[in-house]
Write a new protein. Sequence first.
Length: 124
Amino acid sequence: MEEFINSLKKGKFRMPVCLSCGRKAWPPSRRCPHCLCKTSLKTIKTIGTLIEFSSSHIKGREGAFGLVEMAGIRLIASFGDLPLKEGMKVKMSSCGIKPDGTAFYFFAPAGLDINIRRNKDKRT
Ligand SMILES: [Zn+2]
């Protein structure tokens, strides 16, 4: 879905939502997988739950990855070297398209993100 990819390129995660039945189209699609009506991109809350995780040692693809359930969909998320725990609340910290054309979704623990923001507020 070109519109979804263009949004991701700008670092914005927007979900294709059906204009007729209101269900989410995931993987992203121009048409609703349930009723085949058109979808439109909507901004959603990018806070979810870490279902399970693992780490990769493949050269060039090192890091922690996990399955995140967010707003009724599941996606493969990337993590930094953070202590991860199944069931923890996580928040999308960045997303985009790598030079090789693959999409990435970086997540961080939701609580940690809030703490970082609070510390920033104190400094300013
Ligand atoms: Zn629909």
